[in-house]
Ligand binder design. Structure first.
Ligand SMILES: [Mg+2]
Length: 413
């Protein structure tokens, strides 16, 4: 079998409401680049990458000469063709490789008549549990609904997501408001649901001192872990030495060099594996194996996904024996998807691992076209700008927080 073409399409799909984070905001929608990789046997594989637009599409088209004629089964060779370690210093193609790896695994699974998890060694579980992933949100830009800013609104969102999807683990994304206020919000949801599990993530925005202060004020809570409370391996190590709560990261251990450094001189307890940051599902499986050997925890990270990338996360979650924590997903904040049958469904806080050959999801061509047209109309948005906050330099540590008393929306006067 040989690859014959790669076809990228940029789409934008609406969210229930704009999601706020330490570096900016998702402006009420996600922008993603969907790729279709064709073969001479008529099998097409699907991949997905965050962000998009002309540059991402050109990036994928630019790899066509590397891909055409290549056997999609030979994934290890493909890694060195597209992203060998030395060339990667110049071309930084890790996330492009990830999307192509998803598509090639999808092709291989379809060719062999098995789901991708079987290509990866076979499932050890049929369902992957997820955490609720709570965000501070601006109101929906059109309806004015869905704001999450006050303590009551955070608790209400937690209850709402729990009722709709059955989550029993809850992650609050902070780094937006002052740490004292975010502590109040986190403690409020933990008090409301004392039997459940919690995790907090400020995306590395705090100083070591603030991280230790916050960590000491949550030690009585049933924390899964405290995620990226400060920046850098050594910063995390200094925080870890002072706390009893486990630390996790999706930022300072995102490749094998950093994983090795963390094993030799531990700074983080739980590694959050992202199928895009690591360059595909297979490197995440390898990293999980290393973590199993050295008894570090692993979980599945979400960098914002539609159904194709979600499928990559489900197949990863299916094959990792040492997955001791629920996965993260932005998925339930989306209003729609570009896969046939509509968004994959949560049941009791978990999603079934697809059983159809390949990734197990197929493109809904009408939806793809609809959201590609929407992208052409509205274009990109800057991930690292919150339009409701005056521009601030994204210093680490940050000290310029949003005001939780300010209920204005940048989209509604
Ligand atoms: Mg994170």
């Amino acid at each position: 079998m040989k690859i014959t073409d790669i076809r990228p399409t940029t789409v934008t799909v609406p969210l229930e409401a704009p999601l706020r984070h330490a570096n900016g905001c998702h402006w009420g929608r996600f922008v993603r680049t969907i790729i279709e990789v064709d073969t001479d046997e008529g099998i097409t594989g699907l991949g997905e990458m965050g962000g998009g637009g002309e540059s991402a599409e050109a990036g994928f088209r630019g790899l066509k000469s590397y891909l055409v004629g290549h056997d999609p089964v030979r994934l290890e060779e493909l890694r060195f063709i597209i992203a060998n370690p030395t060339a990667s210093l110049y071309n930084n193609r890790t996330q492009l490789l990830a999307a192509i790896e998803f598509a090639c695994l999808d092709i291989v699974g379809q060719k062999w008549g098995v789901p991708v998890c079987d290509v990866l060694g076979g499932r050890v579980r049929d369902r992957v549990p997820f955490a609720s992933y709570l965000f501070f949100r601006y109101p929906n830009t059109e309806t004015g609904e869905g704001e999450v800013r006050t303590v009551d609104q955070v608790v209400r969102l937690t209850r709402d997501l729990k009722e709709r999807y059955g989550f029993t683990s809850h992650k609050l994304k902070g780094g937006v408001f002052p740490p004292e206020y975010e502590l109040e919000c986190y403690r409020a949801i933990a008090a409301e649901f004392p039997e459940e599990h919690f995790r907090f993530d400020c995306n590395g925005a705090w100083s070591v001192e603030t991280a230790i202060w916050f960590g000491r004020h949550i030690e009585d809570i049933r924390n899964d872990y405290l995620e990226d409370p400060t920046w850098g391996l050594n910063g995390m190590r200094m925080v870890r030495e002072k706390l009893r709560t486990l630390l996790s990261t999706n930022t300072v251990v995102v490749n094998f060099e950093q994983l090795a450094a963390n094993i030799l001189h531990p700074a983080v307890d739980v590694i959050l594996l992202d199928t895009t940051f690591w360059g595909g599902i297979r490197p995440c499986v390898r990293a999980a194996g290393v973590c199993e050997t050295f008894q570090f925890g692993v979980a599945v990270h979400s960098s914002g996904e539609l159904g194709i990338q979600l499928a990559s996360m489900l197949h990863l979650g299916a094959v990792i024996p040492n997955l001791a924590y629920s996965a993260d997903a932005h998925y339930h904040h989306l209003k729609d998807d570009i896969i046939k049958g509509g968004p994959l469904e949560y049941r009791d806080g978990a999603i079934d691992v697809p059983r159809a050959p390949g990734l197990g999801v197929t493109l809904d061509r009408d939806k793809l076209n609809e959201y590609a047209e929407l992208y052409k109309r509205v274009g990109n948005y800057p991930y690292d700008i919150d339009p409701g906050r005056s521009p601030w330099p994204p210093l680490l540590p940050n000290t310029a927080w949003a005001d939780p008393r300010d209920g204005r929306s940048p989209w509604r006067s």
